[in-house]
Ligand binder design. Structure first.
Ligand code: ADP
Ligand code: MG
Length: 375
């Protein structure tokens, strides 16, 4: 099953994906020989760029010149400028047999904005570079850019440039995000202090489980294309995998609460690995409490079904795009009871190491993969 079986399935929300049982749609798509396929070579490179970017409106005063010249022109006054970039490769970072291109475009933007928010900044511009093979018709790129467009609208960022080139194999997407932050507001990874509280936003592990569910359905489908996939009961997990949101709202929330984190990072590779980045770079240790890990009920029930340990999934699942940060203890009353924020542990001296404190009260050394049961 290749991407063109699904690229023009019209899906506006992941919930639609689920309730329309999109795997069945895929079967229909394969049979549908009348779907439109416009070769990108018909437009030429400039025609293509213009076609894909013409609906993007500039939303930020900091964007002086967007797409169309040799370089974009930005004017960012009295602020520190944040720049971050990510490269996504078909077959490595995404699988187009269950990732609709519109969602891929949206997610590719989220991955980058999340890094800007993790510096406690505001994102304002992106550039998008793509390499595509001729198996991608114009309609496929239109879907990809619809997702990018929606992300730009929802998060108020401007698309200001990119590059378009050909690839001999799959699809490559490189997005660069640009943002800004007041000098006094920027938050790094290397500034956590002993006794600080360790706080996480949202909940953990759902995106990874969403991927497991989709992989399972893909395998069932490959064996039996007439199978009736059942994705009900996994809606939250699949949404977290296919249409993640980045936590722009948390940067604002923290400002409103007058809390400046002492350190911050976004959770792309799994909680455990991100905590270790903070600990290593800040030269501190931490105690993380298993019983405090925020888990959605679907994560708990799906872990039971797949015979997975929910703590392992929360610690090493990845792709949650939540924020992990530390705050000084005196700021605790300001965040206490906030439904978006969970205190999951505290920072200790470097000599004590980074540990998971289990429900049974046992201390286990954290590793990038979760925890090391043998230590
Ligand atoms: P150059 O030859 O100077 O690299 P291009 O012809 O590649 O210029 O690009 C022309 C304009 O279109 C530039 O503003 C560039 O940033 C923008 N651009 C090129 N490809 C894309 C793309 N895939 N998405 C958005 N903007 C693009
Ligand atoms: Mg170019």
């Amino acid at each position: 099953m290749s991407y063109y079986t699904i690229y023009n399935v019209k899906i506006d929300s992941v919930i639609d994906v689920i309730y329309s049982k999109f795997m069945i749609y895929l079967c229909k798509m394969i049979e549908d020989k009348n779907q439109s396929r416009t070769s990108i070579s018909e437009l030429g490179e400039f025609g293509l760029i213009n076609h894909l970017t013409k609906n993007f409106k500039i939303q930020n005063k900091t964007t002086i010149k967007g797409v169309g010249d040799d370089a974009a022109v930005l004017e960012i006054k009295n602020k520190q400028v944040l720049v971050t970039t990510d490269l996504l490769i078909e077959g490595v970072h995404f699988d187009l047999s269950y990732m609709p291109l519109k969602h891929l475009g949206y997610k590719a933007v989220m991955v980058n904005l999340s890094d800007v928010y993790a510096m406690n900044g505001e994102a304002s511009q992106i550039t998008v570079s793509i390499a595509v093979s001729n198996r991608f018709p114009l309609e496929a790129l239109e879907e990809l850019y619809k997702g990018i467009h929606l992300a730009c609208e929802n998060y108020k960022v401007d698309l200001v440039g990119g590059d378009t080139t050909s690839s001999t194999t799959g699809l490559l997407i490189n997005i660069t995000a640009i943002g800004q932050v007041n000098k006094e507001d920027v938050v790094y990874r290397n500034t956590a202090k002993p006794n600080d509280l360790l706080v996480v936003t949202g909940d953990l592990g759902a995106a990874y489980l969403g991927l497991q569910v989709l992989e399972r359905e893909k395998q069932v489908f490959e064996v039996n294309p007439n199978s009736q996939p059942d994705l009900s009961g996994y809606s939250y997990l699949i949404e977290r995998q296919l249409k993640p949101e980045s936590r722009k709202d948390i940067v604002k929330l923290l400002k409103d609460l007058e809390v400046k984190p002492t350190s911050m990072i976004d959770i792309s590779d799994g909680l455990s690995s991100e905590i270790l980045h903070i600990c290593t770079q800040s030269k501190v240790g931490c105690d993380l409490y298993e019983e405090k890990l925020p888990l959605d009920p679907q994560v708990i029930s799906t872990c039971e079904e797949f015979d997975l340990n929910s703590t392992t999934i929360a610690l090493s699942g990845g792709e949650d795009y939540e924020l992990l940060f530390t705050i000084s203890q005196e700021d605790f009353p300001k965040i206490k009871g906030n439904p978006h924020l969970t205190v999951i542990g505290h920072i200790t001296d470097e000599s004590l190491g980074a540990n998971l404190v289990t429900r049974a009260g046992q201390k286990i050394k954290l590793t990038a993969q979760g925890w090391n049961a043998l230590s």
